[in-house]
Design a protein around this ligand. Structure first.
Ligand code: ADE
Ligand code: ZN
Length: 340
């Protein structure tokens, strides 16, 4: 591993774009299927992993929703989240803000409280054992109707004290942010910060809708912003964080090769870019794998890697006291790396 990749791995970081359902590794999927006597459509782990060959976002989502069918109990959600947190700890993540998709589970009859209960139990344990702080973001599925999202918000009401923010994910094309105007306004009235996937496959206009209509505090992905000079200038001016997911973008063919990724150019243009893993079990790696891939393919410098780590803390929903602690830790690791 290059020196700079080693620095990237060692730096304290936050992850701000992670779907907990996307951390389901094939081994755990088969273990859970066996636990519940559920039959998966693949004969074994190797066959399932071999199916991770996607042509676009939708081809991935079809598999991702099929995989989630083995998640049935509070313990399943605990086991899933704990397995992710072991990777987070190994990657020197100090803070994570994770999405969960309640509609994927409640539609199958799983209790809302079991989903969020299992996730939170693992998070609290990681906070106690490793000092990893966390936020939990409830995401609406944009291929479903706004009425469905409104019903989900109602269902979430008894758990709102456990929910730190709202997101929007799933199939982007044909489902613009404006489809969710009313439900996002209600969420903001409840005091919840909101984010949305935009500009992953969708055009720059979807990013503008997320900013202007949904009033998001961050854009998830946002890589297609590069196609609009006016939007690039605005994002730089407003320092809106973008939670970019490089391995995801290559796996879902947003770019054919990591060397084509615009992350470095976006950084150079003054955008507040962060690096995240999205659905690491499906896309070939966790946060450090994403950093290593970008260092290798894009030739990121040590300063750029440090900037990305700092951005992840600054773009988080942490209070300023903990942010300052984590930023100071980043400075310490960078100083040690330089041999000072
Ligand atoms: N759900 C899980 N991963 C996603 C992604 N990359 N884009 C949209 N929805 C998702
Ligand atoms: Zn995502």
């Amino acid at each position: 591993m290059s020196n700079i990749a080693a620095l990237a791995c060692a730096l304290p970081k936050a992850e701000l774009h992670l779907h907990i359902e996307g951390t389901l590794e094939p081994e755990l999927a088969f273990r859970l299927a066996e636990r519940h006597g559920v039959k998966l459509a693949w004969p074994n782990v190797e066959a399932l992993r071999a199916a991770y060959d996607f042509s676009d976002l939708q081809s991935f989502l079809d598999l991702y929703y099929a995989g989630a069918s083995v998640l049935l109990t509070e313990t399943d959600f605990y086991d899933l989240t704990w397995a992710y947190l072991e990777h987070a700890h190994a990657d020197n993540l100090r803070h994570v803000e994770i999405f969960f998709d309640p509609q994927t589970h409640t539609e199958r009859g799983v209790a809302f409280g079991d989903v969020i209960g299992g996730i939170r139990r693992a998070m609290l344990q990681a906070e106690r054992e490793w000092g990893i702080s966390f936020r939990i973001i409830m995401s609406f599925l944009r291929h479903l109707s706004e009425a469905d999202a409104l019903a989900t918000l109602e269902e979430a009401k008894p758990f709102l004290h456990r929910i730190d923010g709202i997101g929007l994910d799933s199939s982007e094309m044909g489902h613009p942010p404006s489809k969710f105007t009313r439900v996002f306004a209600l969420c903001r009235e409840l005091g919840l910060p909101v984010v949305a996937h935009a500009g992953e496959e969708g055009p720059p206009a979807y990013i503008e809708e997320a900013l202007d209509i949904l009033q998001v505090t961050r854009i998830d992905h946002g890589v297609r912003a590069i196609e609009s000079e006016a939007l690039m200038a605005r994002l730089a001016q407003e320092q809106t964080p973008l939670t970019v997911c490089p391995l995801s973008n290559v796996k879902l063919k947003v770019y054919q090769d990591m060397r084509e990724h615009k992350l470095r150019e976006m950084l150079a243009r003054g955008l507040k870019v962060t690096i995240n893993s999205d659905d690491p079990a499906y896309f070939g790696g966790y946060v450090n794998d994403n950093f290593v891939a970008c260092v290798g393919a894009l030739g990121l410098t040590a300063q750029e890697v440090v900037k990305l780590a700092r951005n992840s803390i600054e773009a988080s929903w942490l209070d300023s006291a903990r942010r300052d602690v984590l930023l100071a830790e980043i400075d310490d690791v960078y100083r040690d790396w330089r041999g000072e």
